[in-house]
Design a binder for this molecule. Structure first.
Ligand SMILES: CC(C)(COP(=O)(O)OP(=O)(O)OC[C@H]1O[C@@H](n2cnc3c(N)ncnc32)[C@H](O)[C@@H]1OP(=O)(O)O)[C@@H](O)C(=O)NCCC(=O)NCCS
Length: 188
């Protein structure tokens, strides 16, 4: 796994946050954290009755990141409780191993405190310092204005739009936007 040394910071209201790489011991907490975030956010594809992340799968997920130098799983912790995660994974074949996709999520109670920004900055810095990684990508619901604004602030640009990619219900669709930013030294 690409790892980072633990990073401690305080939000504006004085909340102490630890940002660190995931370890296998985090599996149970990761399940709880993902459940709490995904099931309360309207911006993920997974719905409550489809949530299938078990402790065993979480361990596998963490291990998959741990075993690849082109992957990174960051966890944000407040008072020893996970409140956010960012996971990046590069392509599995040589021709796509220079780039990868990530997703990011912060528990609703801790949003708007700067935790997402610190996680994203950490990913960008890690990408810039990792010679094998050249490009970071993501996809985001076109209606997720807060997230899109955050990505733009960190230099991500829209590369494409998958029309009606998500179906919320009968006749209710959302476009999915693909965004990316290069992190190779030549482009920065
Ligand atoms: C998108 C997300 C990861 C951002 O994380 P965050 O910790 O809230 O981000 P930050 O606190 O660094 O704030 C980013 C911006 O969003 C704004 N913001 C975030 N949460 C907010 C809230 N609850 N109310 C109002 N503004 C908010 C911040 O003010 C900030 O704006 P700025 O760029 O003008 O300063 C987080 O909101 C989230 O997890 N959302 C639900 C899941 C999701 O949409 N994930 C992305 C899927 S592609």
């Amino acid at each position: 796994m690409g790892t980072i040394p633990p990073h401690h910071f305080e939000t504006q209201d004085g909340t102490r946050v630890v940002l660190r790489s995931a370890s296998l011991d985090d599996a149970p907490a990761l399940v709880d954290c993902c459940k709490a975030i995904w099931l309360t956010s309207e911006f993920f594809v997974t719905q409550a009755d489809e949530f299938d992340l078990t402790e065993k799968r979480a361990r596998k997920w963490i291990r998959k990141h741990r075993d690849s130098s082109g992957s990174l799983m960051l966890l944000a912790e407040v008072d020893n409780t996970l409140v956010g995660l960012l996971n990046f994974q590069c392509g599995g074949r040589r021709r796509v191993s220079h780039q990868g996709t990530f997703s990011i999520a912060v528990h609703a109670e801790f949003q708007g405190m700067g935790i997402g920004s610190v996680m994203l900055q950490t990913l960008v810095d890690w990408g810039l310092s990792n010679p094998t990684i050249e490009k970071l990508s993501l996809s985001v619901f076109a209606t997720n204005c807060r997230a899109i604004k955050l990505y733009r602030r960190f230099g991500f640009v829209e590369e494409g739009r998958r029309i009606k990619d998500v179906k919320l219900g009968p006749g209710r669709y959302v476009d999915d936007i693909v965004m990316a930013r290069f992190v190779c030294q030549d482009d920065n």
